[in-house]
Design a binder for this molecule. Structure first.
Ligand SMILES: [Zn+2]
Ligand SMILES: [Zn+2]
Length: 261
C-alpha cells in the first residue's frame, strides 16, 4: 500500500495530548499513517492507553514498565502484564530495558525488572519493545542470557551506531529510527541506518518526544513521521514509498498486527 506507514512507537495517552488528542490522531491517519503502536511505560497509564485503542481500532499497545519506572515493579506487576493481553489491542511487552543515562531507578532494580519482562515475553510468546540508553553491554547480555535465541523484539529509538549492529543482527532484532535520525549531530545513528537489513528496519515518532528536524522544540506527533521516513529513505538509497511499505510490513510482522481497517 503506497503512502501508508506504521508509527511503531508513540505515547498518545499522555497529558501533552489532553487538549487535542482526537485531532492529533485524526491528523495522523489523514497524513497516511495506517496504524500506531503505543508503548507502555507504567501501570497507571494503561487504562487510558486501552481506551484510546477502543476508540481507534488502528491503534495498538505495548504493556510494561519503562526503566525509569522500574522501581514501581511489584508482586502484581507480572499479572498486570499477563492480564493486559486479554485486551485485543495489546501486542507487545514494553517499553522496558535499561537507562543508565538518567538512572531514575537504581541500576540493580532496572536490571532485575528488565529480566522479569524478558521472561514474560518468552512465557507469553510476545515481542519486546526495548528502551536502552548508555547500557548496550548489559542489555545485550540480558537478551542473550534470558532470551535463549527465542526472543523477538525491537530496539526502539535507536541511539547507537554501526558498532551495535552486529550484536543486534546476532539477536535477529528489529531497529527503529526516531526523529533523532534527522538531527545534524546524529552522525553515528545515520551511519547505522543503511546497515540494518531491509526486513528488520522500523520507523517511529516516540511522540510527544523527539520532534524531527524542522519541528524541533515542538511537541512531536505521529504525522511528523514522514520527515524521519524521508531521511531514512535518503540514507538507505531508496524512495520514501519504499521505506513506508517496508517498515509497515516489518511492524506488522513483528507485532502480528492485523491488516489496517
Ligand atoms: Zn523509550
Ligand atoms: Zn517511548
Amino acid at each position: 500500500m503506497p503512502n501508508s506507514i506504521v508509527d511503531s512507537h508513540a505515547h498518545l495517552g499522555w497529558d501533552s495530548f489532553q487538549e487535542d488528542r482526537e485531532e492529533v490522531i485524526n491528523r495522523a491517519f489523514e497524513s497516511g499513517i495506517s496504524q500506531i503502536v503505543q508503548a507502555g511505560v507504567d501501570h497507571a497509564s494503561l487504562p487510558e492507553s486501552l481506551k484510546i485503542a477502543d476508540d481507534f481500532p488502528n491503534i495498538f499497545n505495548g504493556v510494561g514498565l519503562h526503566p525509569h519506572e522500574a522501581k514501581h515493579w511489584n508482586a502484581d506487576s507480572a499479572d498486570i502484564v499477563r492480564d493486559a493481553f486479554r485486551h485485543k489491542s495489546v501486542v507487545a511487552i514494553g517499553e522496558c530495558g535499561l537507562d543508565f543515562y538518567y538512572n531514575h531507578s537504581e541500576r540493580d532494580v532496572q536490571l532485575q525488572v528488565f529480566r522479569e519482562q524478558v521472561r514474560l515475553c518468552l512465557e507469553l510468546d510476545k515481542p519486546l519493545i526495548i528502551h536502552t540508553r548508555d547500557a548496550w553491554d548489559d542489555t545485550f547480555e540480558i537478551l542473550k542470557q534470558e532470551g535463549k535465541g527465542e526472543l523477538r523484539g525491537v530496539f526502539h529509538c535507536f541511539t547507537g551506531g554501526p558498532a551495535q549492529i552486529p550484536a543486534i543482527k546476532e539477536l535477529d532484532f528489529f531497529v527503529s529510527f526516531s526523529g533523532i535520525l534527522t538531527f545534524k549531530s546524529a552522525k553515528d545513528i545515520q551511519a547505522a541506518a543503511p546497515l540494518v537489513a531491509a526486513d528488520r528496519v522500523l520507523v517511529e515518532t516516540d511522540a510527544p518526544y523527539l520532534a524531527p528536524e524542522g519541528k524541533r522544540g515542538k511537541r512531536n506527533e505521529p504525522s511528523y513521521i514522514w520527515i524521519t521516513a524521508e531521511k531514512l529513505a535518503a540514507l538507505r538509497g531508496c524512495s520514501k514509498d519504499d521505506i513506508a511499505a517496508q517498515t509497515s510490513e516489518n511492524a506488522r510482522a513483528l507485532f502480528s498486527l492485523p491488516a489496517p481497517l
